[in-house]
Design a protein around this ligand. Structure first.
Ligand SMILES: Cc1ncc(COP(=O)(O)O)c(C=O)c1O
Length: 439
């Protein structure tokens, strides 16, 4: 597979052209990568009107992911999530205020999209007690919820995989959605690699209409690189407005470092990656089995994540002592993310760090339950607001989603009233300040 964006920039670098264009570093600087950092000059194409090297590279990605259309993002899945929701709304024929039917563990990018595009949300809650990052909903649950709605939602929106490695039945949910003519949108930020697994488990192969992949989270791509994919069987011709939708939420100066990284990834993904990913999965399966033998509680789910249930802070201390940085940890979980780029030395460190388990401390995480809503998400996010200590927030209305990243899964949704239960959940999850609407 060719790499047209990288080839263009490499040729430009070689020519040593006088750079009388942006950016101001003129190809020199302390990072060492400045010479590769250009802008949309003659021949470099333009991300949102792609017809040259970018269009060619995006076609390569589309072929790799077997999609009807794939668009690059240099601003993460955050941009793709907003764009796909905007697209679903654009093709929605319904009357009245549009509603999305969405898993309650949505990333805050989804809430920002609800505020910017002004739609309402009917939440799908997990059928059994679960963590705030997980929302194990089923195809039957989605079918039931759709049956009970008077007006069809403009989309069903799910997050799979979730932060704790949980994988949802995308195929079954897609069938349930399509039976009612509703598109399925998947936040696949954590799952770009699924395409290259021995068994293709990518949402595009399982019938989703649109999905957002953070290439940078699991593939060898610079931070910020992501894809908006449109499925071959998508219910609407979303591709006609895809670039327009991405432009609505993106900068007019996309990073060419990130675009080149996405471009180069195509060649690598096509060649070595699937084999190396298979090797990694087998290596991690063995590692997880060994940890289980030692008494660790290892959560099932994604094969390239190692999710330990236990005393989060205690486990993090052990990881730190062995010079290991983790992806995410809370009171009772530690999430470690691997890719084929991790070497044996990393596994050896892990082995030293995790000699014996540390059980979780007493106390059960509160379940997320429906809260009364006072105003729409848009009204709440755009209202005059103030930050107050969480203990003083009882009966106040949540404004901006107060949640740090990771996992950026809001505990209280903008516009909801903070009840006693919500307060307990916020305190449990260590939130000490919260944004509320001014009274
Ligand atoms: C589930 C989920 N969705 C979306 C995002 C946003 O992705 P990005 O950082 O690529 O914008 C994240 C980021 O961590 C995430 O965890």
């Amino acid at each position: 597979m060719n790499t047209p964006i990288r080839d263009f920039v490499a040729a430009y670098q070689q020519k040593k052209t006088a750079r009388l264009h942006m950016p101001g570093h003129k190809g020199m600087g302390p990072l060492g990568c400045e010479a590769m950092d250009i802008t949309e000059i003659q021949g470099a194409d333009a991300l949102y009107e792609a017809a040259g090297v970018i269009a060619e590279s995006e076609k390569n990605a589309s072929a790799l992911f077997d999609t009807r259309c794939t668009c690059y993002s240099a601003e993460g899945s955050t941009q793709c999530i907003k764009a796909m929701l905007h697209l679903a709304l654009k093709f929605h024929g319904g009357q009245g205020r549009p509603v999305a039917l969405a898993g309650r563990n949505a990333h805050k990018a989804f809430l920002y999209a609800a505020a910017l595009c002004d739609f309402d949300v009917q939440w799908l809650y997990p059928e059994h007690q679960s963590d705030r990052c997980a929302c194990p909903i089923t195809a039957e649950g989605v079918a039931r919820a759709l049956e009970q709605m008077n007006e069809m939602p403009f989309c069903v929106y799910i997050t799979s995989p979730d932060y704790l490695g949980g994988i949802t039945d995308v195929e079954g949910i897609a069938r349930a959605c399509h039976a009612r003519g509703v598109p399925l949108l998947v936040d696949n930020a954590h799952g770009a690699y699924l395409k290259f697994m021995p068994e293709d488990a990518h949402p595009m192969a399982l019938g989703a209409d649109l999905c957002a992949d953070s290439a940078h989270k699991t593939l060898p791509v610079l931070t910020g690189g992501a894809y908006l994919h449109i499925g071959k069987g998508a219910l609407q011709p979303y591709e006609r407005h895809a670039k327009e939708a991405m432009a609505l939420f993106g900068s007019t100066s996309p990073s060419y470092l990130i675009l080149q990284s996405l471009d180069c990834a195509n060649a690598y993904l096509e060649k070595d990656f699937p084999g190396r990913l298979g090797d990694l999965c087998r290596r991690l399966d063995a590692c997880k089995e060994e940890l289980r033998q030692r008494g660790f509680s290892v959560l099932p789910g994604e094969r390239i994540k190692l999710v330990l249930k236990g005393d989060g802070p205690g486990l993090c201390n052990r990881l730190s002592e062995n010079n290991i940085a983790w992806e995410f940890a809370d009171d009772s979980h530690v999430v470690l993310m691997f890719s084929p780029e991790n070497g044996e030395e990393d596994f050896a460190r892990l082995d030293r760090a995790l000699q014996c388990p540390l059980p979780p401390k007493e106390g059960r995480a509160p379940a997320l339950s429906p809260l009364p809503r006072a105003v729409t998400i848009r009204q709440a996010i755009f209202a005059p607001s103030e930050m107050i200590p969480v203990e003083k927030a009882l009966h106040r209305i949540c404004a901006a989603p107060t949640v740090s990243c990771p996992p950026a899964v809001p505990i209280v949704i903008s516009g909801e009233i903070i009840t006693h239960d919500a307060l307990a959940a916020l305190i449990y999850w260590g939130v000490d300040q919260i944004s509320v609407i001014k009274e």
